[in-house]
Design a protein around this ligand. Structure first.
Ligand SMILES: [Ca+2]
Ligand SMILES: [Ca+2]
Length: 177
């Protein structure tokens, strides 16, 4: 557990205008853990995935599939979640803000998969990031989700990551005495 910073909870809320991979619709699910929604290109998932995070520089990959019974499932696009802006907000160590207060905003760029501006918001004692991702490698489709962080006893947490990394690289570079 010493390399784990904590747990990231990804609540996948819904898909919007997803690709058609059957005759008239699809049965979309997100890779591995969300449930299948039958025959619907605007599914409401409201599912939660929890991942342990060790390296914030590794983006989280999300893939949408169409569940098929008699053949392999069809791909409906993929996207990456960049968690660095979210972790940076957690590291600010904010406390007791009013619910709904926007801590930070992330703009869509060529490097991230955001379909829209994403807000990082203080809500009921937690920092939550809301995002809508535009799916790649597909003709259409977006996925709405939110991130929140779970501190776990025995994990190193978000606060010291940069500092430790700098310390280590400094030590490596220092010439032998
Ligand atoms: Ca299909
Ligand atoms: Ca299908």
């Amino acid at each position: 557990m010493e390399n784990v910073m904590g747990l990231l909870r990804i609540k996948v809320k819904r898909g919007i205008n997803l690709a058609i991979r059957d005759a008239v619709s699809s049965d979309p699910y997100i890779k591995l853990k969300t449930s299948v929604v039958k025959n619907n290109c605007n599914p409401e998932w409201n599912d939660e995935l929890t991942l342990s995070i060790s390296d914030p520089n590794i983006p989280i990959k999300l893939t949408v599939y169409d569940k098929d019974t008699f053949s392999g499932d069809d791909k409906m696009g993929d996207a990456e979640i960049d968690i660095k802006p979210y972790l940076a907000s957690l590291r600010m160590g904010l406390q007791n803000l009013p619910t709904g207060c926007v801590v930070s905003r992330v703009q869509p760029t060529r490097q991230n998969c955001l379909a829209d501006e994403s807000s990082i918001v203080w809500e009921n004692g937690k920092i939550i990031q809301y995002m809508c991702l535009r799916l790649n490698n597909v003709e259409c489709g977006e996925v709405e989700l939110q991130l929140d962080w779970i501190e776990v006893a025995g994990c190193k947490g978000v606060g010291t990551q940069d500092f430790e990394w700098r310390e280590q690289s400094f030590r490596k570079r220092r010439p032998r005495e």
